[in-house]
Design a protein around this ligand. Structure first.
Ligand code: TRP
Length: 481
């Protein structure tokens, strides 16, 4: 492996690290996916399971991922390379870094297309397109956007240009600058919308929907969705947090930082849910309208409301900011690897990588129109397949490897130097990372496999799981030797 001696950049302050990590975590997952999956799965009970997943799986894996990053101070591949050397572990663990980079590229390819929708809607709303819009027309508006490959391509291209030009400038003058503007903006907009929702929406009804658990409405499938979503929403399992951790100074407590990130992410998802459902309920619209909730139901609701033009436009600005601050974290692991291990300058690397993601994204663009009939493994369109492959396979696989490595393989003193936990907390965390999290993740794996009921997926998954066991076994027997 060619190793360039480039010094690793560091965050200019702990606050900006926290903002960037929260910016990565808070995105379409919180504003678009969480409300609609909560709506589809009946609200309260789903939210409860989701919270449990965040606490029992999300936070521990986040801690583990930041730890692996900071202790090596290197990009994911280089980091795992160093870890395996120091712990005398099997080199195959480097696969964890590769898996992460692959996941990041694939996620961004469709994430960018959806971020493009929010940008399109921001401008449409600004133009007053949604004023007094009747239901049929709101559906039509969304359908028309999806039906036009050129429009989708235009917005996807714009998002990729913006994302690439931010990361190309590097950590301090690119990512930090963007984060310093976007995150405060995002929080401010959310607060304004919250006040608006309390004033004009069906706030109490929305609150009851999200916080009164009715377990009869929750299926096992819903539990799986909750778990997969916990991974996606915290940005874990693909080494994005690992590389953000690599830029972190030694004094910051990883455990505390992880709690702050998880609490902020969860709070923002819940607040966004409250805002969205109060507006939905105030207009007697159904909470269970699926992926179209944000782009069909909401514009319609805003269109009927006092100040709807202003607050609706503000809302789509919020979605865009949130999505963009996540998009940059999806490129960073690979970019850092290109720069430090391949000697490819940031600008060049960003252009090449951005171009590649843009190209793959065209598959998602077309899957909504030209290729909508084209289904691949398990009857999925290109977009659905990418979503499934990343959220249900690659991220959990990454998460599984991350907790296994930290809990079973990493030498104790090295782990302890980062975690700095004592007594019961240390025991609890390790126990969770050794047993609870891996078993839960494996369960998701296997169940998803059954529900997908496709031979190709079965084969793919079995190989992944076997690979995991093989690696774990190899490393353990070396440790014992
Ligand atoms: N967490 C983001 C969201 O909720 C998405 C995201 C950003 C992500 N970076 C990630 C997901 C890394 C998984 C891994 O929208």
């Amino acid at each position: 492996m060619a190793q360039q001696k480039l010094s690793m950049p560091t965050w200019s302050s702990r606050t900006v690290f926290l903002l960037a990590a929260i910016g990565s975590a808070v995105g379409l997952g919180n504003l678009w996916k969480f409300p609609y999956v909560a709506g589809e799965n009946g609200g309260g009970a789903f939210v409860l399971v989701y919270l449990a997943c965040i606490l029992l799986i999300g936070v521990p894996v986040l801690i583990a991922e930041l730890t692996l990053g900071r202790s090596a101070r290197a990009n994911p591949i280089q980091a795992m390379h160093q870890h395996t050397q120091q712990d005398r572990a099997n080199k195959l663990w480097v696969g964890l870094g590769v898996n992460g980079m692959l996941a990041g590229i694939l996620i961004l390819s469709f994430y960018s297309v959806i971020t493009g929708w929010s940008l399109a809607y921001f401008f449409d709303s600004l133009q007053g397109d949604f004023l007094q819009i009747p239901p049929a027309q709101a559906e039509q508006h969304f359908a028309a956007l999806l039906a036009s490959p050129w429009q989708l391509l235009f917005w996807h291209t714009l998002v990729m240009i913006i994302t690439t030009s931010i990361v190309a400038r590097g950590l301090r003058s690119g990512i930090e600058k963007a984060i310093n503007i976007m995150l405060p903006g995002l929080l401010l907009i959310l607060m304004v919308l919250l006040i608006y929702a309390v004033g004009t929406g069906a706030f109490a009804e929305s609150f009851a929907f999200l916080f009164t658990p009715d377990f009869s409405k929750l299926s096992w499938q819903g539990v799986l969705v909750a778990m997969g979503h916990a991974f996606f929403t915290l940005s874990i399992g693909m080494a994005a947090m690992m590389v953000y951790g690599a830029y972190l100074d030694q004094r910051t407590s990883i455990v505390k930082a992880s709690l702050v990130i998880a609490v902020a992410d969860t709070l923002i998802a819940l607040l966004a849910g409250l805002v969205i459902f109060s507006i939905v309920f105030a207009n007697q619209l159904p909470p269970s309208s699926g992926p179209g909730l944000l782009f069909q139901t909401l514009p319609m609701a805003f269109g009927q409301m006092w100040g709807g033009w202003f607050f609706g436009t503000l809302f789509f600005a919020l979605v865009f900011f949130a999505a963009l601050s996540s998009a940059i974290s999806l490129l960073e692991p690979t970019l850092s690897w290109l720069e430090h291990n391949r000697g490819i300058g940031r600008m060049k690397g960003a252009l090449g990588l951005g171009g590649l993601v843009w190209l793959i994204g065209i598959g998602t663009v077309l899957s909504f129109n030209q290729w909508s009939e084209l289904t691949l493994i398990g009857d999925k369109t290109v977009f659905a397949l990418l979503d499934f492959l990343t959220a249900n396979i690659l991220l959990p696989a990454g998460g599984l490897l991350i907790c296994l490595y930290l809990a079973w393989v990493m030498a104790r003193p090295r782990r302890q130097a980062e975690l700095r936990l004592e007594g019961i907390w240390q025991t609890l965390l390790l126990w969770d990372l050794r047993w609870v999290a891996p078993l839960a993740i494996l369960w998701v794996f296997v169940s998803n496999l059954f529900s997908a009921s496709s031979t190709a997926l079965w084969a793919f998954l079995s190989v992944l799981v076997l690979y995991g066991f093989f690696v774990a076994y190899q490393t353990r027997s070396r440790e014992e030797a």
